[in-house]
Ligand binder design. Structure first.
Ligand SMILES: *[C@@H]1O[C@H](CO)[C@@H](O)[C@H](O)[C@H]1NC(C)=O
Ligand SMILES: *[C@@H]1O[C@H](CO)[C@@H](O)[C@H](O)[C@H]1NC(C)=O
Ligand SMILES: *[C@@H]1O[C@H](CO)[C@@H](O)[C@H](O)[C@H]1NC(C)=O
Ligand SMILES: *[C@@H]1O[C@H](CO)[C@@H](O)[C@H](O)[C@H]1NC(C)=O
Ligand SMILES: *[C@@H]1O[C@H](CO)[C@@H](O)[C@H](O)[C@H]1NC(C)=O
Ligand SMILES: *[C@@H]1O[C@H](CO)[C@@H](O)[C@H](O)[C@H]1NC(C)=O
Length: 560
């Protein structure tokens, strides 16, 4: 028998509990995506880059230290993580097809939220523009309203960068006085303003929202506000620790950074193809501008999070900060993305999930106060590191993880093949790692990335071959201990890899060679290392399993 007190307790608390559960089941999502950003951030222990706002977010979040993209170039990566399918399933390795027509009518991450009652918004570069998203950013399937593109983007690659003599060029290095720019602004500033406007418009709405904000930086050209450069005096900077092309690097693995060669200031250097090198003083300036571009993105993140907070949305909004892939800053004598190295595949992945602490706080206390590093370079964020996860995870894991955290059913694992299945995932729900970040160092967790090439030797189109020109696919597997890559014959008509036809291989042992400079693939004398890792045949089997069976069941991440 219940006492009247107990009955009243139940009568009073059940509706509150229900409401609390309901509210928890309807969390908003703010997904910020940087373009070409490797984890050069304070919260990833980068010693140089100033990123106080992202660090502040990280201090209240789960930080995935070992997150990897599935292909290190924009359109294939974005189509992959937004559909939670690998490039072999989206059949997109270049920029030139729309998955719904070319591969399968796959449901996207925002589309899934939209179909579950969310209002979904796209600001800036979320899907890759052009054919890859049917010239519509996949509107109306993925978005409730037409996606926003900032007007000043029109000037992004035009002659707006001032040389020392005052003439205007299409430069790589393009730190500008923003008030002198056409329209008096820059694309990411417009993105931030539009995202804040949208947050204001939905703050009282009944439906939850999914707001994706794709920043254009630190992608080249480095058209950024000039005040961020002074955070990185050239005399304080160093070259990459390994600025030379490694001796045992197979040529098929090298990317010749053709995109930066096309900019006016780089072209004037007469850098030889394919290896260069770029003169050292210019290398330092590229690094300086990249770091400054990261701090500029950090400022946008800070402004947006501060607005989220002011609108009292930080207590019921999941915040994700990620990137599409990395960018080589001179490591291995390489620049840009377009490879299977860590510098190109390793990405930041930070996930903030509101909890009781963020719901109950003192009046006026902010979760995300804006930190203005451009005005005061001493303003670091020193407030702790958040929950660090060492397990190796992949961007295809985002879709099931975000769905679950927001209160939706995560999609089921894909069968193989899955071209006919609209809604499924080739990733894993990482929610387990939020509750148990300490149960990491899971040596069984792998990330798979791949990169296509037109030939064994380096050509003008080695960075980004069109589908019809692909002859070789580099399949790469990364664990906490090693990276292993096989470059094999690939048939672009039937989308078939021939694993018996190996053109080259790479094996890097992380404990001895974190920069991936010493390829020991052909070095049978490294028997003890290989025994530690298992035999090469084992890893080949693991790759085969991935390619033919999409790795079903061979990954043992914690799955809810
Ligand atoms: C693709 O799926 C969407 C719903 O997700 C549907 O509206 C559309 O008709 C489908 N298109 C084709 C060609 O099947
Ligand atoms: C792609 O866009 C065109 C033009 O707006 C439209 O007619 C076509 O149906 C779209 N394709 C798909 C698969 O929705
Ligand atoms: C930026 O340009 C504006 C307009 O030409 C000028 O007034 C201002 O002094 C410039 N700022 C800097 C820091 O050069
Ligand atoms: C540059 O290095 C000097 C000497 O180590 C240091 O005092 C200064 O704070 C550094 N400047 C910046 C902006 O990091
Ligand atoms: C690059 O080559 C052009 C034409 O050959 C020459 O005029 C110019 O001085 C060269 N620049 C450098 C930096 O070597
Ligand atoms: C795969 O490559 C091997 C070795 O070159 C060759 O013998 C075999 O015929 C190829 N298989 C297919 C299906 O092309």
């Amino acid at each position: 028998m219940l006492s009247t007190h107990q009955i009243w307790t139940i009568v009073f608390t059940v509706p509150f509990l229900t409401r609390a559960i309901h509210a928890r089941g309807k969390l908003n999502v703010l997904h910020m995506i940087a373009d070409d950003l490797r984890p050069t951030l304070g919260c990833y222990s980068d010693p140089v880059v100033k990123s106080p706002n992202i660090d502040q977010l990280a201090s209240k979040s789960t930080v995935f230290y070992n997150a990897f993209t599935q292909q290190a170039v924009c359109a294939p990566s974005r189509t992959s993580f937004l559909t939670s399918r690998r490039p072999d399933t989206t059949k997109l390795y270049d920029f030139n097809s729309y998955w719904r027509v070319h591969a399968g009518n796959y449901t996207t991450l925002p589309q899934y939220f939209k179909s579950n009652g969310y209002t979904t918004f796209s600001v800036g570069k979320v899907f890759h523009p052009g054919i890859a998203s049917n010239h519509s950013d996949d509107y109306p399937y993925s978005w409730s309203v037409p996606p926003y593109h900032p007007p000043s983007l029109y000037y992004e690659k035009r002659k707006v960068c001032k040389d020392k003599d005052g003439t205007l060029h299409s430069n790589l290095l393009c730190a500008v006085n923003v008030s002198e720019m056409p329209l008096g602004t820059l694309p990411d500033m417009e993105n931030t303003a539009e995202a804040i406007r949208l947050l204001k418009s939905v703050s009282d709405a009944d439906n939850p929202f999914f707001l994706a904000v794709g920043f254009y930086k630190p992608h080249i050209p480095f058209r950024i506000p000039q005040e961020f450069l002074k955070l990185y005096p050239i005399e304080n900077l160093t070259l990459a620790p390994d600025p030379d092309v490694p001796k045992k690097l197979p040529s098929v693995a090298y990317n010749p950074w053709t995109d930066i060669r096309k900019r006016d200031d780089v072209r004037a250097l007469n850098v030889s193809f394919p290896y260069g090198p770029i003169p050292k003083d210019f290398q330092l300036q590229i690094r300086q501008h990249y770091f400054a571009a990261v701090s500029y993105v950090d400022a946008q993140v800070g402004k947006l999070l501060s607005a989220l907070d002011d609108l009292d949305l930080a207590r019921n909004t999941i915040v994700v900060f990620s990137s599409d892939h990395g960018w080589s800053l001179g490591e291995h004598g390489e620049w840009a993305k377009y490879s299977n190295f860590d510098v190109a595949t390793h990405v930041p992945l930070i996930v903030y999930k509101p909890d009781e602490a963020s719901a109950v706080r003192n009046f006026g206390e902010k979760i995300f106060p804006f930190i203005d590093v451009s005005q005061n370079s001493e303003e670091y964020y020193n407030g702790g590191k958040g929950h660090g996860v060492e397990s190796v995870v992949e961007l295809v894991d985002l879709f099931p993880t975000l769905s679950y955290l927001a209160g939706l059913n995560p999609p089921h694992r894909c069968p193989n093949p899955s071209f006919h299945v609209q809604l499924c995932t080739e990733g894993f729900n990482l929610a387990y790692l939020f509750k148990h970040p300490e149960t990491h160092i899971d040596h069984e967790s792998y990330a798979f990335s791949q990169y296509p090439r037109p030939s064994d030797s380096i050509q003008q189109n080695s960075d980004l071959p069109d589908l019809a020109d692909i002859r070789i696919m580099g399949y790469s597997v990364r664990s906490n201990d090693f990276r292993y890559t096989l470059w094999v014959t690939f048939d672009p008509v039937h989308f078939r890899a021939n694993l018996s036809d190996i053109h080259a291989g790479e094996l890097y042992v992380r404990s001895e060679d974190p920069g991936e400079d010493n390829n020991i693939f052909d070095d049978v004398e490294h028997g003890s290392v290989l025994r530690k890792l298992g035999t090469q045949a084992t890893w080949t089997e693991s790759l085969k399993q991935h390619i033919y069976y999409f790795n079903a069941g061979s990954k043992s991440k914690g799955v809810l």
